[in-house]
Design a protein around this ligand. Structure first.
Ligand code: PMP
Length: 285
């Protein structure tokens, strides 16, 4: 894990993988002052690299944590990491966080913002059984109100309940968990957005209270071009029984068919396959 060959971009330099360490008094470790990106490179081309770089900067801004690099510099850092590690098909992880420094308390304006970019090979997010359809547990935790925490940021602090929910799901033999939001509507999975089919039309929760995924936006655009009607709306848990197909979207998850959510069952259907094929073609175009 830590002690391996490879290069990591840290604050403007390529360093050895095993030397890319930080201090235990790192502010982010104590106070979750950290934002990140997950993206994929296909056949040497990073999918939507610039959009991810812009989102990292925006997430930092939302957390009062200015990222000290431009989107162009972040794009270049990602390219440099891929090249240094000889990777053409890979997952990339960029992270910006408040480092250790003169302030070790809640207020830490004088501590610098560190940025690191890493990359590694990563296959299917849910493993080889993808086309059997993922089984989702329903989390006991709720996605929070945007007035509680900046829900548009891809911020580490929003993932604490994701890890807890995913662990609980895995303990029940599921591969992920579905969150409802604080008002009880269907929201998203722990690292992916969700889509449903009913009578040949697409339904997906309105992304104004959780991460509006770059993959989600891409897939909505694709579906509309393919001629599908897409409804972005509030979805009630009682409706989970009315859908015929369901899939997840995310940079890591790509298009992952869902076979079951709690007691509700879905077929890995024709529209899911069509969307998955179109997405695979797009990212490699
Ligand atoms: N929601 C959450 C909680 C996520 O972690 C992710 C993955 N970044 C997504 C949605 C999907 O976002 P994207 O399509 O931009 O990867």
């Amino acid at each position: 894990y830590d002690d391996r060959d490879g290069k990591i971009w840290m604050n403007g330099e390529l360093v050895e993988w095993r030397d890319a360490t930080i201090h235990v008094l790192t502010h982010a470790l104590h106070y979750a002052s950290s934002v990140f990106e997950g993206e994929r490179c296909y056949d040497g081309k990073i999918f939507k690299s610039h959009d991810h770089s812009l989102r990292l900067i925006e997430s930092g801004r939302l957390l009062d944590m200015p990222v000290p690099y431009s989107a162009e510099e972040l794009d270049a850092a990602k390219e440099a990491v891929l090249k240094a590690n000889g990777l053409t098909n890979a997952y990339l992880r960029a992270v910006a966080f408040r480092a250790s420094g003169p302030d070790m308390g809640v207020s830490a304006r004088r501590n610098p913002i560190s940025v690191a970019v890493t990359a590694w090979e990563w296959g299917s997010y849910y493993g080889d059984a993808k086309w059997q359809g993922a089984k989702l547990d329903i989390s006991k935790w709720k996605r929070p109100d945007p007035e509680t925490i900046p829900t548009a940021a891809k911020a580490a602090g929003l993932y604490m309940i994701c890890t807890m929910s995913k662990h609980a799901a895995e303990a029940k033999g599921c591969s992920d968990a579905l969150f409802y939001d604080w008002e009880g509507y269907v929201a998203e999975a722990t690292g992916a957005n969700i889509f449903f089919i009913k009578d040949g039309e697409v339904h997906t929760p309105m992304a104004d209270r959780f991460l509006n995924g770059i993959t989600r936006q891409t897939v909505i655009g694709m579906l509309k071009k393919m001629g599908y009607t897409v409804h972005e709306r509030r979805i009630r848990p009682e409706e989970l029984d009315e859908f015929s197909e369901c899939w997840l979207t995310g940079s890591a998850a790509e298009i992952t068919p869902v076979g079951q959510i709690g007691d509700h069952h879905y077929q890995v259907g024709q529209i899911t396959r069509e969307v998955s094929d179109a997405y695979d073609a797009l990212v490699r175009a």
